[in-house]
Design a protein around this ligand. Sequence first.
Ligand code: F6P
Length: 333
Amino acid sequence: MTNKKSVPKEIKRIAVFTSGGDAPGMNAAIRAVVRTATYHDLHVFGIHAGYEGMIDTKVERLERRDVANIIHRGGTFLKTARSMRFMTPEGRQSAYETLLAFDIDACVAIGGNGTFTGASIFSKEFDIPFIGVPGTIDNDLYGTDHTIGFDTAVNTAVEAVDRIRDTADSHNRLFFIEVMGRHSGFIALNTAIGSGAGSVLIPEQDTSLDDLVENLRMDAKRQKLFSLVIVAEGNKYGNASQIADLVRPQLEMYDIKVTIIGHLQRGGSPSCYDRVLASRLGYGAVEGLLKGQRNVMVGLLNNKIAFTPFEDAIKKEKTINEELLTLAEVLAM
Ligand code: F6P
C-alpha cells in the first residue's frame, strides 16, 4: 500500500537512524539531531540498526540526556546495518507501518549512498519525508566537500603509514598499502599526500602498472630501495596483494611487503573536524526539515550548509580534485 499526500504535514515527531558502514562522528551527528530537535520542542525517536530496525519496530524515545557522553565515541550507539529487506516492497511497507505506529512525521537518515538510495525510493512510495546526513569514511557523496568520518579515517591511515614507513626505511622495503574506498580514491589520495608516499593507485585515475614499475626501477637505480605505494581498495588492478604479485617479477631488486589497513580506518574516536562537521550537519538537517527541506542531503559546500536532492547526491559523481592529483605526483618526484 502506498500513501501519497499532497499537503505537507507540520513536523512534530522525527526519527533518526544510522545505516550502512559505520563512520567516526555518527554519534556526534545523532547527538546534534536530538539536541536541535528537542531545542525546537520536537519529539525524537532513535531507530536501531537502520532500516532493519525500522522493519522490526526497534524504536526508542531519545531525550537530550540520552545523547550525553557520546560525542567522542566512534561507531554508532544506535547500531547500523546494510538491509537487504528494505530493498523489497514488503520490507519498505513494514518500515512504513512502524513509522505510522510511532506517528513519525520525518526521518533523519545518517549514512552513505545505499542509505540515501533507500530513502529516495521510500519517499517516492510513502508520505514520510527524509533528510540525509552524509556519514561514510569514503567521502564519495556529491553535494558535500567532506562526509562525516572521512577526516578521522584519513588521519588513522596516515598514522598507520607513518609506522610502516619506519620499517620500510629501516629494512629498505617496498610496501603496497591498501586503504578503503570501494569506488573512490579520496582516502587513498589524501593518505598518499599526507604520508608523503611515492605513488598512489585510485579508481579515478588511469595509472598504468608499467609506469609504476618503471618509476620504481628508476628509484632502485638511484639506490632508493625503500618506497610506499598507497592502493585504493577500488582500483582496477585488484587488491594490494594482487598488485604486488603482478609487479614482483619485474621488481626483483625490491623486498616487497603488503599491508591492508582495513577496518582499522572505520573505528576510533572522531577527529575534532569530524565532530564539528557532524554537529553542523545534524543541526542543519533538523533546521532544514523545519524550513521545508524534503528528500535532500544536507552537506557542507565551501563551509556553508547546502541541500542536494537525494537523486543528485547518489547519482552525480563527486570528482577528485585535479590539483591534488598533480600535487601528489610532483611532491613524490
Ligand atoms: O562504505 C565504506 C566502506 O568503508 C568501504 O570503503 C568498504 O569497501 C566497505 O565500507 C566495507 O564495509 P563492510 O566491511 O561493512 O562491508
